[in-house]
Structures are given as C-alpha cells and as structure tokens.
Write a protein that binds this ligand. Structure first.
Ligand SMILES: [Zn+2]
Length: 406
C-alpha cells in the first residue's frame, strides 16, 4: 500500500491556515473574498509545482488535473477551501490538501494511472457568505441553475458574479462534465469515531431529513379568572407534545429530533397562550423510519389535541431523501482502510457535503477522520496529524484503485 508523507501534508495544512488566520487559532476565508482568493492561489501554486493543469468553471469551482494514460473521465478527489467566518483549520481544507498530498505521492513514486486524477475545490461550500451551502457543487451537478447561483448576494448586496469578477476565479471549463467517480475526505464534525476509538470512518451515505412545521391552536383567556379545567392552553399542549416526541425518539435507534424554533405569537404573561408554532427536524439513515416518525408525531398530536381540546396542524416543509453512496466506491474506501491497517467503521454522515451533490452525478464515497470532541465550525477545531495522514492514505489508495494503476 502506498503511503503519503504526513509531515508534508501537515505543513501544507498549517501554511493554508495562515491565510485568514484568526486570533484564536482558526481561519477565516469566506467564499470568494480576498482571503479565499489567496488560499486558492496558494493551492494553485502547489498544484502547478506538481505539473497539474488548472481550470475553473463558470461558478468558480477550481480543478487541478493529473493526466492519465487514457483520455477518459477523471477520478475526482477534493472538498472546499472556504471557511466559516470564524472557522477551523480542517473543515474542507483537509479534503483538498489530502488530495494534493495524494497527487504529490503519486508523482514522487512515478506512478501512472489509466484514468486522470483531478483535484476539485468547490466554491462556497460553507454557505456562510452566500446561501445556500454547497453552492458550487450544486451548480456543477445541475441541482441549481448557473444564473441562480451567480445572482446570489452576500449581506452587503455583492453577488457571486461580482465576486468572481473581482477575484478572477471564474473560467470556462464546462459544468456537469462526466466524472468516473468522486472521493472526498473530511473531518467527521461529530463525536462517533472518537468515542469508538476509530481513525477512519467509511461513509456509506447521508441520512434522510424531514423539516416539519407544527401549530397548536388553543384559546386565549385571563390568567386570573379562567379555571384550569376549562382552559384550552396551547402552550401546555405543545409542551406535552414535545415531551412525547422526545419519548418516541428515545425508543428508536439512530433517530434524531430537533426543535430549533419555538414561537408564542402575541405572548403575554397574564394571558393563556392561544397559538404556538414550532419546527421539528427529523433525521435517520432510513427514509422509512423518518416517515414512520412523522406519522407517530401526527398521532400524538391527535391524542394530545383531543385530550386538551386544542387544534393542531402539521406540515412537511422540506424532505431530503436518504442518500446511499456507491457500493463499489465505498468498498474502495473500506478496502484501503483495511489494507493500511487503520481501525475503521462504517458511518453515516450527519452533516451535508459537496459529495451529496456529486453522488447524483457519479459514483461517490467519502472518508471521515475524527476531530477532537467532535467540534467543528469553530476556531478550536482540531485533529491529530496522524489522522490527517490516514485520511490522505485512504483517499490515495481508494482513488488509485478506481483510476487503475499502470
Ligand atoms: Zn466542510
């Protein structure tokens, strides 16, 4: 098994972190700002030193290609160099620089491949400056129209089109080019690998997500004159419903429920709450489990509504299906982790990644490595240097197996 150069990868990670470095050890390179452009320029300098050919597409996705023996669709490896406003040093950056380290290792060992290997840096993955997140990969794969992407504006009213103009990051490489496969290495951004003492997560896909809106409707009344038995209190009913949701979720392995917003319109301390709205985010690797959960929530609202004489409404605001990665690509990742002697486990991604858009475009898989305390989107984001090397090793060997060593 081919192995990458851990210290060289770490040096590159630390050099990239200096661009937009924050006071507390993080990085700030918002998409298509001067800092992001400087980070991209450093990457391009390194890629050109490896003899890679650089190209960009109309939304600013940046590619560095290593030719193969055959002029066939490339095996693509990468992630994103943009960060949150006070982001960490590894979210996204690890995937791009592990890909660069993989190519450096191929060059150093004079290994040729049948298919080209291309590094991708996707524009505006974070969604911090422009919404939505994963914008560059969604335009590339056609999930979002180019005109729509270019028109997105930041808080100051500057559009992506303006920012591409200012940074010179747009090019004419065609969108939606054919890819043979896509592999992305990323920090886990959660605590599972660390808790299980594993160094590699073989990501088998993304989980199903449903966003629900719930409204409970009772009747307003005077806090001092309305006897408890005749009240139709929407807030006590909503509280009972929320506790019942938590009880239901506790009984189902892997099901996640989050109530992120809760509103009591026209609330007043001496008036019985007439209306309550809350959101519910449900996630699980299996679509059937989240759909069953929606029915369970409907039933418990029905029961609580009947018992407390309140009305209720439940609607599904957004539905994102579970997304399994490609079996053969997942197997390349698993085989590489096993052959390299890494401790590994299969894992489902809790967060969104460019790989989810790519998975609809070509066979795709991901590699996770642990980050300390599962902390991410934070300046204190931290990983072990040896885990960074393992990520690059697994990425390299999985891509090499797919691209075909000559
Ligand atoms: Zn990321």
């Amino acid at each position: 098994m081919l192995e990458t150069n851990g210290p060289r990868l770490w040096d590159s990670l630390m050099a990239m972190a200096e661009i937009g470095a924050t006071d507390n050890g993080g990085s700030s390179r918002l998409a298509l700002t001067d800092e992001d452009a400087a980070g991209r320029a450093l990457f391009v300098k390194w890629a050109e030193a490896e003899g890679l050919s650089i190209s960009r597409d109309a939304i600013g996705n940046l590619f560095a290609r290593r030719a193969g023996h055959e002029d066939v669709p490339p095996v693509v490896i990468g992630s994103h160099l943009d960060t949150q406003p006070k982001g960490g040093r590894f979210d996204g950056v690890l995937g791009v620089l592990a890909a660069l380290e993989a190519v450096r290792t191929l060059n150093e060992n004079e290994i040729e491949t049948r298919a080209p290997i291309e590094i991708a840096n996707w524009t505006n993955e974070e969604g911090a400056r422009f919404t939505p997140a994963m914008l560059g990969s969604s335009v590339f794969t056609g999930a979002m129209a180019l005109e729509d992407g270019l028109a997105r504006e930041d808080a100051s009213g500057q559009s992506i089109a303006d920012s591409l103009q200012a940074t010179g990051e747009a090019g004419d490489t065609p969108l939606a080019r054919e890819y043979d496969a896509y592999f992305e290495a990323h920090i886990e951004q959660g605590p599972v690998l660390e808790d299980n003492d594993k160094t590699i997560g073989v990501v088998t896909g993304g989980q199903a997500i449903r966003w629900l809106d719930v409204t409970i409707t009772g009747k307003a009344g005077h806090a001092g004159t309305t006897p408890m038995p005749v009240r139709r209190d929407a807030l006590f009913a909503a509280s009972a419903a929320i506790v019942a949701v938590e009880d239901y979720v506790a009984g189902i392995d892997g099901l996640l429920a989050t109530i992120g917003e809760f509103h009591v319109p026209h609330g007043s301390r001496n008036t019985i709450a007439a209306d309550v709205h809350f959101t519910l985010d449900l996630r699980h690797p299996d679509d059937a489990v989240v759909d069953a959960a929606i029915e369970a929530v409907r039933d418990l609202l029905e029961n609580i509504g009947a018992a407390r004489s309140v009305g209720h409404a439940l609607s599904v605001h957004w539905r994102s299906p579970a997304l399994p990665f490609d079996d053969s690509c997942v197997r390349h990742v698993r085989d590489a982790a096993q052959a390299l002697g890494c401790s590994w486990q299969d894992i489902i991604s809790g967060a969104g990644h460019d790989a989810f858009h790519l998975a609809k475009h070509c066979p795709t898989a991901m590699v996770f490595v642990p980050c300390a305390d599962g902390l991410s989107h934070h300046e204190a984001e931290s990983i072990e240097p040896e885990h960074a090397k393992h990520a690059a090793d697994v990425l390299l060997n999985a891509a090499l197996a797919r691209a075909g060593r000559i």
